[in-house]
Design a protein around this ligand. Structure first.
Ligand SMILES: Nc1nc2c(c(=O)[nH]1)N[C@H]1C(S)=C(S)[C@@H](COP(=O)(O)OP(=O)(O)OC[C@H]3O[C@@H](n4cnc5c(=O)[nH]c(N)nc54)[C@H](O)[C@@H]3O)O[C@H]1N2
Ligand SMILES: Nc1nc2c(c(=O)[nH]1)N[C@H]1C(S)=C(S)[C@@H](COP(=O)(O)OP(=O)(O)OC[C@H]3O[C@@H](n4cnc5c(=O)[nH]c(N)nc54)[C@H](O)[C@@H]3O)O[C@H]1N2
Ligand code: SF4
Ligand SMILES: [Mo]
Length: 743
């Protein structure tokens, strides 16, 4: 009940920023706090859906361990400091390194929450441009980089990613994703489980391929176990069958696709019988899947973490869309389609420069640049290997690479050797404990929110903007201002430079682009721009010149910041629409199924057919109440039984003398750890599973609740030398391990 006498009680609607599903939340605010969070029943996309993480939005925002003032290191302690003092310390730490050793001596790591903040969407690009370092790293290379690379080759732009049209498909094949717990990724779909159930309710089916019987698999019409890291073989078996049985039918796409004959040649080496021995899916089922995908009125193949963070991640991601193309399901309702985000202006006409990698290479391992960054698997090399252009300073923004990247013990040690480190982060955690300065952004209740990343990946086109739910902390600093001040320091403008300088520059650039679109002089447009905050003003310009924009008055009723503010439950923009060929930026202006780098890797895949497989391999998993490494400090999310267990199949447990609840020592090439055993037939024989993002027992952190539920860090075991060749993405699934019982 809302206390009517309490005038400070109010309601705010806000998009949840905690995962990719982009649910609408209804927040109850009281006295500068969020006292309740529930699903927004009127939200155009999520219709009231919420998960346990979203329900803790208030606790997360008000977490007493959340930093509200900068921390500066004094000896081996971190002490609170004022903002000016903290930025002076950053300038004193960074400038001499930049001047003496050049920009490449400063590395940057961008973590996952950057795709969930407006600051990340708008203010990282200028920081990177200004810094000019080649040593840019991000969570993308422990996640989805293979999908970017495969889509880069196929469609000409690594951001042109098709998503399964969940609400209309008749048959969905899910590989290496567990949306029942993760709520989906590279497919923004609030209430993903409900949308899967709806497929069945309308007479369709979904099939899950996973080495674990996940919650998604339990609800599926069929679950197939697969040996980790071998989805490329399964998919090539399907492709082989499509050609062999004359099932290839591009639908209406013949004129828009090249390389169909070359892929037929590539697939010859992978008949179902041959690949079945490697992937452990019966040959007859592989053929059956091919026939079912070809025969279904509409079908979509969707792959995620288990198809990306593996040895042949790019090939697997490519094959997902090859199957979609060959069965006529690309760009048609019920197949996989290209969303059109509201802040994006679609290009006119097909064709472009295409995609390439390797504009520069990493210093130590010679790994190619991909999409402007280097593989995070080589970050420690760049820090701990002496030489010219060795990394001496490190900037993290919203990242916890000490828990989230491979061979994290080595990285943890390497960070000790830095001359200077600064982190933009609300927590003193396993990574930021190494920082000389920590700059905490305001909590999510005090930030406006617009999904620059996920509205371009949503299974239905929509737009939503949420203004801050609570007033800013007068002693805090907005994340856009923090990133702007770092950019100005990198530019040599000094720690005291006013961030408004950069805000204004960015608005000026945006208005120049808007002038080109509208024909109205930028100065005139400037007077029309709305918004109370620099990020809101940039958003207004992008929306008004975007796909559905009001064109600054040319299209009355079109989107603008004001229109979104008037519609706190979002604006529905309808089901996905076909976008070929306009969306293609390949040199040919077509979908290019064949690319030389892909073909070269197919040869490696063919050779690997003859490899022996390992007795025991490690895979990861996610739990609904967790989010990577940083939500273990919320009591409601960590209560209950220990979730950081090593799942082992009963047959393996018997063979290795492991008992449920007992301890096991797990060893890989990279490291060793001790974990509690959970014996379960949810994992297939030969596979053990440990979730990532745990291991909160390092000294010098300040996360009280997480510290009391530390768990173990699975990335002690993952190997920084194991990467997907084409994308540089880390192999985090299918890690060879030895397991033995511990006394
Ligand atoms: N073994 C294994 N490892 C994995 C994975 C796996 O499946 N298995 N998954 C990988 C994947 S998919 C990902 S995305 C990565 C994630 O890797 P990271 O992004 O490095 O790790 P996170 O745990 O997401 O840490 C997020 C950090 O951002 C901070 N933060 C939270 N909100 C904000 C904010 O609003 N602003 C700022 N500036 N900081 C904020 C948190 O305090 C935390 O320090 O982990 C990867 N690592
Ligand atoms: N609750 C929760 N939600 C999250 C996150 C979280 O940490 N917790 N993280 C968010 C992030 S950053 C991301 S990127 C998404 C990830 O979203 P998902 O990809 O749906 O997440 P996972 O649960 O890691 O699912 C990967 C599945 O792949 C399986 N797998 C492992 N190896 C293989 C393989 O070789 N082949 C096949 N076919 N399967 C394999 C694993 O058993 C697991 O079930 O989730 C997001 N949402
Ligand atoms: S599913 Fe994701 S977006 Fe929706 S409430 Fe949960 S964490 Fe938030
Ligand atoms: Mo991720």
């Amino acid at each position: 009940m809302i206390d009517m006498a309490d005038t400070a009680t109010g309601t705010a609607f806000r998009t949840c920023p905690l995962c990719e599903a982009a649910c609408g939340l209804e927040l109850t605010t009281r006295d500068d706090r969020i006292v309740a969070a529930r699903g927004d029943r009127e939200h155009v996309f999520s219709h009231g859906f919420i998960c346990p993480k979203g329900a803790t939005f208030g606790e997360l925002a008000a977490d007493p361990d959340r930093l509200r003032r900068p921390l500066v290191r004094r000896g081996d302690r971190h002490v609170e400091a004022g903002w000016d003092e903290a930025f002076q310390a950053v300038e004193q730490g960074l400038r001499p390194i930049l001047e003496r050793h050049g920009p490449h001596a400063v590395a940057l790591y961008l973590g996952n929450p950057n795709v969930h903040t407006m600051a990340g969407g708008l203010y990282l690009a200028p920081l990177l441009r200004t810094l000019g370092s080649r040593n840019i790293f991000s969570a993308s290379t422990v996640d989805q980089m293979p999908k970017h690379v495969s889509c880069g080759y196929l469609f000409g732009n690594p951001l042109t990613i098709p998503v399964p049209d969940l609400d209309r498909t008749d048959l969905l094949l899910v590989l290496g994703a567990n949306p029942w717990e993760s709520n989906g990724s590279l497919a923004t779909a609030a209430d993903f489980p409900g949308r899967l159930k709806a497929i069945q309710a309308r007479g369709g089916r979904f099939v899950v391929v996973d080495p674990r019987r996940t919650r998604t698999a339990e609800h599926a019409d069929e679950h197939l176990f697969i040996r980790p890291g071998t989805d490329a073989y399964l998919l090539f078996g399907i492709v082989h069958t499509l050609y062999a049985e004359g099932l290839v039918d591009l639908g209406g796409l013949d004129a828009h696709v090249t390389g169909v004959d070359q892929v037929r040649e590539l697939a010859r080496a992978f008949p179902p019988e041959r690949v079945s021995a490697v992937c452990a899916v019966p040959a007859e089922r592989i053929r059956g899947l091919a026939r079912e995908l070809a025969a279904a009125p509409t079908a979509a193949v969707y792959g995620r973490i288990g198809t990306c963070t593996v040895e042949f991640g790019t090939l697997t991601s490519w094959l997902v869309d090859v199957v979609n193309v060959l069965t006529g399901n690309l760009d048609r309702p019920g197949g996989v389609m290209f969303p059109l985000a509201p802040h994006v202006r679609p290009r006119a006409g097909a064709g472009g420069k295409g995609f390439r990698v390797g504009r520069w290479h990493s210093r130590v391992r010679g790994l190619p640049e991909v999409k402007g960054e280097l593989p995070v698997a080589t970050l420690a090399d760049e820090i701990d290997t002496p030489g010219a252009e060795q990394v001496r300073a490190f900037v993290t923004v919203a990242g916890n690479p000490v828990l989230s990247t491979p061979n994290s013990e080595r990285l943890d040690r390497a960070l000790d050797g830095l001359d200077f480190m600064v982190s933009v982060d609300p927590y003193l955690n396993e990574t930021t404990r190494h920082a000389d300065v920590i700059l905490p952004p305001g909590d999510p209740a005090r930030k406006g929110h617009y999904d620059f990343s996920f509205l371009g990946l949503a299974v239905r086109n929509f737009a939503a903007y949420s203004p801050p739910a609570l007033a800013p902390d007068p002693a805090g600093l907005d994340e856009c201002d923090i990133l702007a001040r770092l950019t100005l320091i990198a530019a040599g403008a000094g720690a005291a430079a006013d961030p408004a300088v950069l805000h204004d520059q960015l608005l000026g650039l945006a208005l120049q682009r808007a002038e080109a679109v509208t024909g109205t002089p930028a100065a005139e447009l400037r007077a029309l721009v709305r918004g109370d905050h620099p990020a809101e003003r940039l958003l207004d310009v992008a929306l008004r010149t975007g796909a559905y924009g009001d064109g600054f008055g040319a299209r009355p009723g079109g989107l603008s910041l004001d229109r979104l503010l008037d519609n706190p439950h979002g604006v529905d923009l309808g089901p996905l629409q076909p976008r070929l060929p306009g969306v293609l930026q390949t040199p040919s202006g077509r979908v290019e199924l064949y690319a030389a780098p892909i073909a070269a890797d197919v040869e490696r895949l063919r050779v690997a057919l003859d490899r022996d497989h390992h007795d025991l391999v490690l895979v990861g998993r996610r739990h609904l109440r967790s989010n990577n490494s940083w939500m273990h400090n919320v009591p409601a999310l960590v209560k209950g039984r220990d979730r950081c267990t090593l799942q082992v199949h009963p047959a393996d447990a018997a063979r290795l003398a492991l008992v449920d609840g007992g301890a096991a020592q797990v060893t890989s090439r990279a490291g060793t750890l001790s974990a509690r055993v959970e014996v379960t037939d949810r994992v297939m024989p030969g596979v053990v599973s440990l979730p990532h993002g745990w291991g909160h027992d390092r000294p010098g952190t300040r996360m009280t609740v997480a510290g009391a539920h530390p768990g173990v860090n699975s990335n002690v075991l993952t190997d920084e030398l194991a990467i997907d060749q084409l994308s540089g993405n880390s192999v985090l699934n299918g890690i060879p391990v030895q397991v033995k019982a511990e006394a």
